[in-house]
Write a protein that binds this ligand. Sequence first.
Ligand SMILES: [Zn+2]
Length: 502
Amino acid sequence: MTLLITNVRVIGGGKNLPEVADVYVNGDKISAIGSFGDKKTDEVLSGEGAYLSPGFIDVNTDSDHYLSIFDHPGQEDFLRQGVTTIVGGNCGASLAPLLYGSLESIQKWTDVRNMNVGWHTLEEFFSLIEKRQLGVNFMTLIGHSTVRRAMLGEAMRDLTSNELVVFGETLRRALKEGAAGFSTGLGYVHSRQTPYAEIKFLAKIVHEYGAVYATHLRNTGEGLGDSIEETIKIANETGARVVVSHLLPLKGFEKEYEAALDRIESLPRDADFHFDLYPFDTSVIPLYAFLPLWVQNGGIEVMMSNVKDSWLQPRIVKELPKVDPHGFVIAWASGDLTLSGRSLREMMDIYGLRDPQETLMRLMVSTSLRASIFYKNINPALITRGLLSKRSFVSSNAASLSDARKEEKLERAVSTFPKFLSLVLKEKLMPLEDAIKKVTQEPARKFNLRDRGEIREGNYADLACFTDEGHVKFTVVNGRVAFKDGTVQTILAGRPLRHHGY
Ligand SMILES: [Zn+2]
């Protein structure tokens, strides 16, 4: 297969390129950049008036957590945005390795009961993806909680020294098999008590393989400063290359956020330290996260028995946060799909209750805490500062879902990158060259993708073409046209990308 993209403004390429060029793709690689107007190729796409950049790399995605890489392999929402590579396994949860074939670490995102797990190791998982195919390239981190819970089940205790050795060997094997790194979800109930020494031990192994340590912090509101310090300490003491996951300005904690950015920006120039964020003001959080911390001890069953305890209930209700009933929308609730898309305000009417906290409590009981919430808890004004940081990446922190699950779709799942482009092109947030590096070359370097992330002869042809408005015209994955003229093509040209950075 050969492809010619004509008369396009190439951005994110090497130096000394003409302002407008033709890009010739042969097989899965960029073969030449120049002027080839009369060259015979299998397909020609006009880039007239538009930009051509490397395909975008989304460093924090949830398509594995929602299992949509299986039921929706096209991953269309990403292709429509010009994204050609996604990184999974964030927030402490990955689909491999599965020591005993159980998926409990991802059940806060989706119902795992109908999933047939036919793999254990990362290599087996990668082979399966290769066989079933995907629309985008896929890298994965190894989830701390995935391995830990396989070893400990619901128990929440420190690992014994033997268990830690087994954990280390498990991680080492996965890194050898091409994991891009390791992630923790320290804000989640099963990981909150993880000792510093355990993370340090594992992050040292990550460093041996030149891989990335990504962390969903213990605290993102109060205590954000301490969480950032803990992460910087891990980086300094282990040498691991860090990404702080979805670092966003929570309402009420703006000062803490600005201090965190100041701290990160004051790191020495050569520190390999980044964070990711999305340009929207809504998060998705598990319903149980609204419980006061003293109730969030033990697994979901223990929490549930506390919530149902008629002696504890009034005390819990009193300590539930004062949520804005309009800014709280059910994304997904186990056992009752009709609840998806309903706000807490609507639930007040449905239950006939007047008090938002009482309603929240009723919802917790009726869903047995198995639900997740779209929650408007981010200060939009401060997001810009995060995007402008030299140490930020842009991520959707979302899954591409099939239309059957459209109630669960977030704005950021379908428009993170066009929104970022439009902030850059229309509102002049930063120079376009810098913006494109932030979503292509810089994440490619972070994850050791040596032959992607730049438009260069010999690199893989992962490409995104977009207009002055930030509207994506077409997307090319490994040399194949995956999206054009508003339509996703029925090809699955993505590949699992095995990390071999060491
Ligand atoms: Zn997270």
